[in-house]
Design a protein around this ligand. Sequence first.
Ligand code: ATP
Length: 134
Amino acid sequence: MKTIKVSIVTPDGPVYESDVEMVSTKAQSGELGVLPGHIPMVAPLQIGAVRLKKAGKTELVAVSGGFLEVRPTQVTILAQTAETAGSIDIERAKEAKARAEQRLSGNKSDVDVKRAELALRRSTNRINVFENRI
Ligand code: ATP
């Protein structure tokens, strides 16, 4: 089976590196799947899961936006934050989700709604990746 090298990098350093058969994630323009031999490209990403398929298994990494770059032998994902399923602190994510939901319910006059919505999306994404639901 052909593979391509995938690196997921954040401002804090590398989070994931492996040779995979397929990488798929949510670009701003929609679902994006990359197989070995894909044409070079750059795509902005949404908050979402990166699915990495190898040897019949799929690993998940939660990313909160950034860019995916495809080069002939390598895919690089530059993400604002990235966590493998195993490194997610589920209690922290649940607390962040509850905080965001609290801010978005009721009187929003003193709430930065956009910021709370993004926090809700990040925390929901982490919970889904932790629970392997994506
Ligand atoms: P919180 O309110 O809990 O800080 P957040 O969505 O505002 O959540 P970010 O700003 O996206 O947090 O991330 C800050 C740093 O904390 C990043 O390095 C990110 O990888 C890490 N991080 C955030 N939430 C979690 C989590 N639930 N488990 C593991 N690492 C996390």
